[in-house]
Design a binder for this molecule. Sequence first.
Ligand code: SB7
Ligand code: NI
Length: 183
Amino acid sequence: MITMEDIVREGHPALRKVTDEVTLPPADEDRDTLKNMLEYLKNSQDEQMCDRYGLRPGVGLAAPQINVNKRMLAVHFTDLNDRLYSYGLLNPKIVSHSVEKTYLSTGEGCLSVDREVPGYVPRYRRITVRATDLEGNDLKLRLKDYAAIVFQHEIDHLHGIMFYDHINKDQPFKEPDGAKPVD
Ligand SMILES: OCN(O)CCCc1ccccc1
Ligand code: NI
């Protein structure tokens, strides 16, 4: 099982690499890795597992965070309308997005960042993502608000981008133009 020891922290070069696409159908090793990433998220949202294994709760995890240079990510969360998003995704790609922006009013954190980095992280309010799931299905996900934020955070990791790269250096809490916050 994946624990915090497997998660690399900022400064590790893996977090600044652009990942390689996964050849499809995925090799068993890739599928197992992705399943383990999804398992980590579920474990991290269970209090007993957290206490027993010292896990930090997470709603998403990208392969570079466990030092795997592959374009794959896992998410496990319910959005504000109680829709469950639980996926292991191969080669996810944002194929379209709104001009309109959003941001998490609490700011963002990251399992690979052991410090608070205050500030708003501007994100697209709506995105469409194409990807392949663990069963080999081609998915087209239309996401907005919180779900869009989580997916953008994870897809950024696949391109070596950290959430704080987006924070306005001079005015971290400047509301992004015309953006509607997710509270
Ligand atoms: O890369 C995943 N990760 O570090 C866990 C935190 C995920 C996350 C946190 C805040 C807003 C969006 C996504
Ligand atoms: Ni992260």
